[in-house]
Design a protein around this ligand. Sequence first.
Ligand SMILES: NC(=O)c1ccc[n+]([C@@H]2O[C@H](COP(=O)([O-])OP(=O)(O)OC[C@H]3O[C@@H](n4cnc5c(N)ncnc54)[C@H](O)[C@@H]3O)[C@@H](O)[C@H]2O)c1
Length: 359
Amino acid sequence: MNILITGNMGYVGPGVAAHLREVFPEARLVGVDNGWFAHCLTSHNILPEIALDEQWFRDVRSLQVEDLKGFDAIVHLAAVSNDPMGNRFEAVTDTINRQASIRLAELAVDAGVRRFVFASSCSVYGVAEDGRARSEQDAVNPLTAYARSKIGTEEGLLQLKRNNLVTTSLRFATACGISDRLRLDLVLNDFVAAALATGTISVLSDGTPWRPLIHVKDMARAIEWALVREADENGDFLRINVGSDEWNYQVRDLAHAVARILGGIDVSINAEAPPDRRSYRVDFGLYRQRAPKHQPQETLDSTIAGLRDGLRAIKFSDPEFRQSNLIRLRVLERHLESQALAEDLRWRRKEIIPDGIAA
Ligand SMILES: NC(=O)c1ccc[n+]([C@@H]2O[C@H](COP(=O)([O-])OP(=O)(O)OC[C@H]3O[C@@H](n4cnc5c(N)ncnc54)[C@H](O)[C@@H]3O)[C@@H](O)[C@H]2O)c1
């Protein structure tokens, strides 16, 4: 099997590459990433990309049909990948996340690719005021540019003339857990980092919003499933929530779980905060039914302990971590400040690689 993984050099990608290498040892794995966060490694021993056969430093907006010929499957992770970045780069979020994703799937059809796995998000549910867990049959309510880009891509994939392209849109819960390119702009990861660096977790909301979570390792298991799942020959399209019912947590419960496992941590909850509208519980019944052998396996306690151990291993102690390279928006802002990236988030290569060196 020949598999192209886009956006493999981010937070989720390294675990996906390692997992696919383990379960498909004979596969040809190729990564394509523009490398925004390539330098943000948090495991210093081994470059995660050695799990691949090839790494391309390319922008998915520039891929052509010839690039995709010979691949059996595309795992499409490349994106402007969270709400703060989507708010800052609203137009580019639409261009990369929606337009380029639909174009990539069209090229995949033309190139004869047979599987397309899209990393969507449960954030499409946005707010679920009645507290009922949302299933794939429910109306969506995207509140942000990022969430709109994900649902817009799903609509495009649904309407696409897919021929034989079996397409799966995995609506992932919010990711968490240790990775070779760790991010601290995710709720659980932020709480563990704050606890280690400051001894305190300050919950900015009143702690009541619901957030479904999933470990990055369990995301990789789901991607494996989407690559092999049973499907109609004629370009079956499936959108499916990926996570587990037990991992629907309220934010305050996450804070208390971190405090319990790390010990000696103060938790402060902002009881006066206006309600955070982004609150939703998700029903993962369809995923349980369709993917019984690829269900999430991690536990919350071991995820927190894994983050603690991973952060200690890199001697993490920075109370200003929200300004650091462990926050994706900060990395992009620095690339823009140094003019390495243009506003459309493409590299200005001449500035990065002076002519003399490039030649
Ligand atoms: N982290 C989460 O909580 C979560 C939850 C649900 C879904 N997802 C989705 O999973 C995917 C991976 O998420 P992540 O957390 O690893 O994101 P990330 O931001 O850490 O990584 C995304 C990668 O895509 C690359 N990329 C972005 N635009 C590109 C382009 N135009 N061309 C080539 N490469 C490009 C970046 O360089 C980066 O390496 C994303 O699509 C994201 O929306 C993430």
